[in-house]
Every structure is written in structure tokens, then in C-alpha cells.
Design a protein around this ligand. Structure first.
Ligand SMILES: [Zn+2]
Ligand SMILES: [Zn+2]
Length: 245
């Protein structure tokens, strides 16, 4: 009760003195001590709910769950993957897209903890039993110009040991600029495991802010498996969902 009273006073004082704005919608925050994103923005995030593709987490039409054989989307049935299962909070659109942008482009690193909390809630299927979280690395030049790697900021708060086990060994074109068919070729062989990080026999969860076709995750997973990882899973804040399952 006492703490709640104090928080109310602190919220009031912060709101008046600093008028901090929501990192996503830029409206003034009523409860600044509750985090950098307002309650309305969190409430507007649409989570991906079952039925979903068992492997990539894309939503599936409900008739698909009739049999386990149909628990994968069209893309995952077409193409093998080195990642056994990927999950995300929700689709990369609307409110969640704004929240991810606040982290990535506005440099609001305080958003990472709140997003990671939501990733823990939606990602128990991949975090349970995991040994290590590994952020998808940025190219060093991009890491330098942004000042931080958003994937690493998310990985810090997931409650599983984290290690920057991967590095980019060559620069790649931005995946978003390429048609889907070229994305796997673009990132193939672009990552390798750092020699001083042991992944042998471990269940590893790759962490990123957004996944689109899963090509980047797949290339990272291949490098981890070649270095001896027992299994690779994926967890992202958002997922660009394909609507043609
Ligand atoms: Zn907001
Ligand atoms: Zn799928």
C-alpha cells in the first residue's frame, strides 16, 4: 500500500516535471514508472494465437490442426530449416511494430526490458529447457553506428544465460530489400561461431527483434549446429507473418 502510494506520487511528479512520452505512440505517459510504453500501446499488441505453425510460429487457418501432419505452414513444408521452433510475441504490425521501432531506431534501450518480459511470456515453448540465448549479431559497422545491438539488449532480460556466440563474417544486403527467394543465399555462410564461446551439446535460443522469412535465423542456426550445438530454437519480439498458409 505504501509502495503504491509512493508510486502514485512519483508518477504524478514525473508526469508534471518531465512529461515523458510513450516510446511508441508519443502521447504523454500517465504512469511513467510503469515503463516507457503506455498501457494502451501494450493493450493494442495482437499476439499470435493457436493454431500456428509448429516450426515458424506463423498463424494457421484453424482447419489445419485437425492432424499433426498439417501443423506446419506452406513455407515450412517446402523448405527444411536448421531451427526446430520459433516463437514471437505477435505480428510485426501496428502497435508492436511501433514499440520495436522505438527500441531500434529511436535508441530507446529501456524498451528492451519490457519487450523481453513479453517475449518470456509468449516464448515459454522455446525458453523452457534452453541452455543459452544467443543474439543475432549486427555487422560491426551497423553495430557501431547504432551504438548497440537491439537483439543483444533483448537477450539480456530473458532469464537464460546469454552469450554473443556469433559474429558476422561478411556484410550482407538488407534482407528487406530482397525477394524471398534470394534471402537464404544472401545470408548463407555470413555467420560463424566465436572460438572462445562453447556451444557444444547446448540447446541454444537465437534472439532477434524481428524475423521475416527466417533466413537469417536459419544461417545462424547452421553455424551453431556445425559448432556442435545440440538444438537451435528462435525467439523474436515480432514476426512478419505470411498470410498465405
Ligand atoms: Zn503509447
Ligand atoms: Zn511455418
Amino acid at each position: 500500500m505504501k509502495a503504491e502510494g509512493f508510486r502514485r506520487i512519483a508518477d504524478g511528479a514525473l508526469a508534471v516535471l518531465l512529461a515523458p512520452a510513450c516510446a511508441a505512440c508519443k502521447q504523454a505517459l500517465d504512469h511513467p514508472t510503469a515503463g516507457p510504453v503506455c498501457g494502451a500501446c501494450w493493450a493494442a499488441v495482437a499476439p499470435i494465437t493457436p493454431p500456428m505453425c509448429d516450426r515458424c510460429g506463423d498463424p494457421l487457418p484453424s482447419w489445419r490442426i485437425i492432424s499433426l501432419a498439417h501443423s506446419r505452414c506452406a513455407r515450412c513444408r517446402r523448405r527444411a530449416s536448421h531451427v526446430v521452433r520459433t516463437r514471437a510475441i505477435g505480428a510485426y504490425e501496428g502497435s508492436l511494430r511501433s514499440i520495436v521501432h522505438a527500441l531500434k531506431y529511436d535508441g530507446r534501450r529501456s524498451v528492451a526490458r519490457a519487450l523481453a518480459d513479453a517475449m518470456r511470456r509468449h516464448g515459454s515453448e522455446v525458453l523452457d529447457g534452453a541452455d543459452l540465448c544467443v543474439p543475432v549479431p549486427l555487422h560491426p559497422l551497423r553495430r557501431y553506428s547504432r551504438g548497440f545491438n537491439q537483439a543483444d539488449e533483448l537477450a539480456r532480460h530473458l532469464g537464460v544465460r546469454r552469450a554473443p556466440a556469433l559474429k558476422r563474417v561478411r556484410r550482407t544486403s538488407a534482407q528487406a530489400d530482397l525477394p524471398e527467394a534470394q534471402r537464404h543465399a544472401n545470408v548463407r555462410g555470413a555467420f560463424c561461431v566465436r572460438r572462445r564461446v562453447a556451444v557444444q551439446g547446448l540447446v541454444v535460443v537465437l534472439i532477434d527483434d524481428v524475423s521475416t522469412t527466417g533466413a537469417t535465423m536459419d544461417a545462424c542456426a547452421q553455424a551453431l549446429l556445425e559448432a556442435g550445438a545440440a538444438e537451435v530454437r528462435g525467439l523474436t519480439a515480432a514476426k512478419a507473418v505470411s498470410r498465405r498458409s
